[in-house]
Design a protein around this ligand. Structure first.
Ligand SMILES: Nc1ncnc2c1ncn2[C@@H]1O[C@H](COP(=O)(O)OP(=O)(O)OP(=O)(O)O)[C@@H](O)[C@H]1O
Ligand SMILES: [Mg+2]
Length: 336
């Protein structure tokens, strides 16, 4: 793959300090790249750090450690005057289309607000025209402009949120579970809308979800997160064909397959135990307390991020040849 990198996340950490004693490791050393024009999915169960990663990437949160490089610029060290240009290029769509729109503003005001903040379309007629265009882009129409959010269904509200995110003509959009709050029948429509907009406008997406089947439909590549860590990353087709990490295997086994013959013969992997707390994560591999293949070494040493197949990355000792060959690892790497 010789695509152009648009966003690079390098060893990103976001810790929340809870009182004097406790630190919550919401994102703990995550690295990946997003190529121009692709949709990169992040999947993982509730609380694994997906939203925190998204918010830190867009600069809503400062980072604890690491770097986020967007189009060659470090997001967390932008100068004041660079920030405006940056925020035009990167936008976010939120999970809850009810909470994310101001109930006291009309659709016209909601969608044109970012334009005003950025001093675009100063002539009223131009601004109104632009809002009409955006409404049409997302499958609504100009008659909707003077209404209020409560007059719309969940799917329509999400379309308004998408129009607002597009108002500044961004290059990159972080969609944080944009369809989880919607009825199943509406989810596919919003996914199709995002796909169409991506093609028409050449957008790059970071698409966050907890449901693997939905991420697969929209993503070119997928990163799987568990307790603040990335555990696997590859193309969506490869992830389904050959999931490597025991956590990914468990996630996939929980996804029904439409073919009843395949479905009946499948082994369902039920993960034991509870999701540990990110305040006190397990030593070594964070997944080991629930892993069906956990070995002694898993409690002692954090797995390295390795490219097991071409463009297929995994962090799991099962794929570490030295460890699996029984070599004494304690001499060569410090355990965490
Ligand atoms: N502002 C905050 N202050 C303290 N802790 C936080 C804050 N935001 C998130 N957390 C904690 O960080 C961890 C990751 O939360 P995050 O919201 O990123 O998870 P998520 O993967 O998006 O989950 P969900 O699928 O439920 O949206 C959780 O343990 C959460 O309680
Ligand atoms: Mg979230």
């Amino acid at each position: 793959m010789n695509q152009q990198v648009l966003l690079e996340v390098k060893h990103l950490k976001k810790y929340f300090q809870l009182g004097k004693q406790e630190t919550l490791k919401a994102v703990d050393d995550v690295s990946f790249q997003i190529f121009k024009g692709e949709t990169f999915g992040i999947v993982g169960e509730s609380g694994c750090g997906k939203s925190t990663a998204g918010r830190t990437i867009i600069g809503l949160y400062d980072r604890t450690e690491g770097e986020v490089i967007f189009d060659g610029k470090n997001v967390h060290t932008l100068k004041e005057k660079e920030k405006y240009a940056f925020y035009r290029q990167m936008q976010m769509i939120f999970q809850d289309p009810y909470a994310s729109l101001n109930p006291r503003s009309t659709v016209m005001e909601i969608i044109s607000e970012p334009m005003e903040v950025h001093g675009l379309y100063r002539k009223k007629q131009e601004k109104v025209q632009r809002v009409y265009e955006l409404l049409e882009d997302v499958g609504l129409n100009r008659d909707h402009a003077n209404r209020y959010p409560h007059e719309f269904s969940g799917g329509q509200r999400q379309r308004i949120g998408i129009a607002r995110a597009l108002a500044l003509d961004p290059k990159f959009i972080i969609a944080d579970e944009p369809i989880s709050a919607l009825d199943v029948s509406v989810q596919a429509q919003v996914v199709n809308l995002l796909k169409r907009l991506q093609k028409e406008k050449g957008l790059t997406f970071l698409f966050i979800a907890h449901d693997l089947s939905m991420v697969k439909q929209i993503s070119d590549r997928i990163g799987v997160m568990y307790l603040g860590n990335l555990v696997e990353l590859t193309t969506s087709s490869q992830l389904y064909k050959r999931p490597l990490h025991p956590y990914t295997q468990a996630l996939l086994s929980a996804n029904p397959i439409p073919d009843p013959d395949v479905e009946d013969s499948r082994e369902r992997i039920i993960l034991k135990g509870e999701l540990p707390s990110p305040i006190n994560p397990p030593s070594g591999c964070v997944f080991r307390t629930r892993c069906p293949h956990a070995m002694e070494v898993c409690g002692q040493k954090k797995p390295i991020w390795q490219e097991e197949d071409a463009h297929h990355f995994v962090a799991c000792h099962l794929y570490n040849k030295e460890i699996m060959a029984g070599k004494d690892y304690s001499q060569t790497a410090a355990s965490k």
